[in-house]
Design a protein around this ligand. Structure first.
Ligand SMILES: [Mg+2]
Length: 270
């Protein structure tokens, strides 16, 4: 699997292997329920150019099937479950044993359950605490999760993301909840989502053998960092959490900065 820039000569050398686009969802394909203009056409053009597209999201509130529907309903993008990797799936890949106490929404509960793990609401019987964004978070749930972690349960969190973008601005993300629990328990979680290795391994497993890889995302510390750590190329879009190139931290500079994914096919030579 090679990173690097678009290069026709190197592509010809590895004739027959597809290129791979790892495509973030929130802030790239859609913002909450609203599509990013041109996203569906761009993805179609990239697929028509022979690229494989894998959607990789740090959103842990939805199952793979939910995300297939969200792509279709919100952005008019056709995808299959096999095309999608989520932080919920990455969390599951790190769970060694149940029962699992979940701080998260139904998509995380369903993903853990579908993987065959027992789920518990009793902190005393929990072997693992799995955490994602939870928009029905209560103090009681935080207290139970703290108790489970202090009792020896493994602590796995979907992502570091402090916030996520909505049409009305940034709202707290799963990383903010993980930070609350880490502060309360004094124990840091193992993170599963982008840019962590659990998520990268899932993407590589799904993609199979490919030539060059690009990541497109809106979050430097998740999407650009994923690309940097894997040796892949990256495009940062300004349609999500970051509105200006000035807000990109120097340690997570992408290969290109784009207004939106609509500009990506041209960058890829398509
Ligand atoms: Mg995003």
């Amino acid at each position: 699997m090679a990173g690097g820039n678009v290069n026709v000569e190197s592509r010809d050398e590895i004739e027959g292997l597809p290129n791979l686009l790892v495509c973030d969802l929130d802030g790239v394909v859609y913002l909450e329920d609203e599509p990013i203009p041109g996203a569906a056409d761009a993805i179609e053009a990239i697929r028509d150019g022979g690229w494989r597209v894998i959607f990789a999201t740090n959103n842990a509130t939805r199952t793979g099937a939910d995300l297939v529907r969200a792509l279709a309903d919100r952005a008019g993008v056709v995808a299959e479950e096999h095309d999608i990797v989520s932080a919920a799936m990455a969390v599951v890949s790190l769970i060694e044993r149940g029962p699992v106490f979940i701080v998260g929404e139904s998509g995380l509960v369903d993903t853990v359950h579908q993987a065959g793990f027992e789920i518990t609401t009793n902190p005393e019987s929990a072997a693992t605490v799995a955490l994602g964004l939870d928009r029905a978070l209560s103090y009681e749930k935080l207290a139970s999760a703290t108790k489970a972690i202090l009792g020896g349960a493994s602590f796995i969190a979907a992502n570091h993301d402090p916030s996520f973008p909505t049409p009305s601005g940034l709202v707290p993300g799963g990383g903010a909840i993980a930070a609350a629990l880490a502060t309360a328990s004094g124990i840091q979680p193992i993170y599963a989502g982008k840019p962590e290795v659990a998520m990268r391994d899932l993407i590589i497993d799904r993609a199979g053998v490919v030539d060059q890889v690009w990541v497109v995302g809106d979050r430097p510390d998740a999407d650009v960092a994923l690309a940097q750590e894997a040796g892949w190329s990256s495009a940062l879009v300004l349609s999500g959490v970051i509105a200006s190139p000035d807000a990109i931290p120097p340690q997570h500079r992408p290969d290109v900065v784009l207004g939106s994914i609509a500009e990506l096919p041209t960058v890829l030579g398509l």
